[in-house]
Design a protein around this ligand. Sequence first.
Ligand code: PMP
Length: 280
Amino acid sequence: MKNLGYYNGNFAEIDEMTIPMNDRACYFGDGVYEATMSRNYNIFAIDEHIDRLYNSAGLLRIEISQTKEEMKAILNEMVSKMDTGDNFIYWQITRGTSMRNHVFPEKDVKANLWITISPKKIPDIYKKINLITEEDTRFLHCNIKTINLLPSVMASQKAKECGCDEAVLHRGERVTEGSHSNVHIIKDGMLITAPTDHLILPGITRAHIIKTCKKLNIAVDETPFTLEELMNADEVLVSSSSTLCRGAQQIDGKNVGGKAPEILKAIQDEILRKYTEETN
Ligand code: PMP
């Protein structure tokens, strides 16, 4: 074969392969991968790559269905089908196929194994190369609604396992947002919500809440607030498009909010009214 795509036992040339839309790789990037080279049909450092893959999967609590030996055998078999022995070998394990939901699928959903193999040789390593420098801002682009949601997936799953509905994320003392929502507080009659910098997603519902507050003459303060302020807030609000705006009663098992129920309800009523009106 000129190149090869493999998915859970099926293989063909890559252009002929299709994968299910509900593979969690497609919408969460919920998987781990490895890549290495083969020369003369021998996969370089295969055991080290397989060990690291299992380690990465374990850290994300993804259970790989194959044993390490089985995976190695599959990879070797797929390489043997190639027209050339010198290839780039890429493979990934994803957390399975199920309807989109941040939390993990049910236990019976098995992980998926993908492989792609394409001809490639290592470059002339003695030829000098040119570089640039760039600030490392990885994992600091929360304002982008990217589909790479793994940290949100892990936090959502933790919340679920704690019997909770959402995880409030923080960087040090500063509360940022929920794993798939925005978080706001009411204190002394004022709505406090994190500013729309690179640490939060500028939620559409957040914007609706701010507009609502202005309409209801509730002051809005778009400055960061701390975990302490969260725990001592008069009300804690969580917002998203699919859940609108809900008040929290407990965080980490401690009672919170409940001290400004009229303000909370006034905001919720208006948000629900707008939703109902626009969807009539
Ligand atoms: N933050 C994150 C990380 C989210 O995933 C979401 C939900 N999409 C939100 C905030 C809320 O945004 P919106 O109100 O636009 O749904």
